[in-house]
Design a protein around this ligand. Sequence first.
Ligand code: PLP
Length: 404
Amino acid sequence: MKAIEKSLKLDNVCYDIRGPVLREAKRLEEEGHRILKLNTGNPAAFDLEAPEEIVQDMILNLPNAQGYSDSRGLFSARKAIMQYCQQKNFPQVELDDIIIGNGVSELVVMAMQALLNNGDEMLVPAPDYPLWTAAVNLSGGRAVHYLCDEQSDWYPDIEDIRSKITSKTRGIVVINPNNPTGAVYPEELLEQIVQLAREHDLIIYADEIYDKILYDGTEHTAMASIADDVLCISFNGLSKSYRAAGFRAGWLIASGPKHLAQDYLEGLEMLASMRLCSNVPAQYAIQTSLGGYQSINDLLLPGGRLLDQRNTIYSLLDQIPGVSCVKPKGALYVFPKLDPKVYPIHDDEKLVLDLLLQEKILLVQGTAFNWPNPDHLRIITLPRVEDLESVATKLERFLSRYKQ
Ligand code: PLP
């Protein structure tokens, strides 16, 4: 038989968070090494477990969850999402404006597949959560990266966005709170993005999966709430705030002038029908998650685990010579910079591979997030303080002797 090659569609598709360095980490584990894996934002893997009532609710409903559901999702779950929209001031959301998916990931791919023709452009942040770039490219589109500026708390550079809009631009992706930078954008900045979308007929894709993970009293404005005359597709789910990433439950919400987007929304619905429905047991957990006590808040208050961990890793990184870091205001990551004058790194994937081999720590290199220069790393803030202290010590030791 001839060698079997992957499709050309995958030529520009890249998702390095689970790339070659992770394969090497698995090999080391098989050899018996303990690897501290700080590469994915998976709360349950760090004893940050889903609220008990969500798990119980899913178990209780398992007998009812044997059949397919409506392709858009269960009525009760979408009702609960509608209530969430009301709390966040989304403009007029109806039940059928919501589609539930197997995590946000599936819906992002569907949203891009339904929209993009070959050569269409999508504005995506740099750095980004790389699923977005991959989904655009998989769909035949071209991800055009706009700069988020480290000097300005990692906020999107509005002039850079403006300069990259062409006649082929179909939309703009905004990840807020941001992975990997931890930035949370002020309302005035979001308004400037909405204004650009308004002027150039762009759809806004608002990935707000971290909207409840906020530090230091930071507030989050839902993009949809200030964009009632612009088509906005907002994304959220159970993976982060509810620590249930393995359940695979996420949703998208269409808001704004939906009557102008009927054809696109029908396309999305068709893709939702083609996969019949998203996993039903997890859909049963959505209503319970969104209602009642939001235990995520306890982890973010003074003395809460997520806040302590964010503080620890941020201050320890800041003490390492040649390392600087913008303090994250939300999400589960820090994205430190390695000063190129102190650490002249040419290949940051090799850097994380060497770090893995020498110190048995797994991080992700900045270029995996479509950051153009090999001078950043992403570290998750989920491990316990003791583990983060050990990471900082080992990283400092490694960097002090690292030459490329
Ligand atoms: N969007 C962002 C910004 C993320 O960081 C992640 C996961 O890390 C996702 C989407 C994917 O979430 P889900 O587990 O719902 O597929």
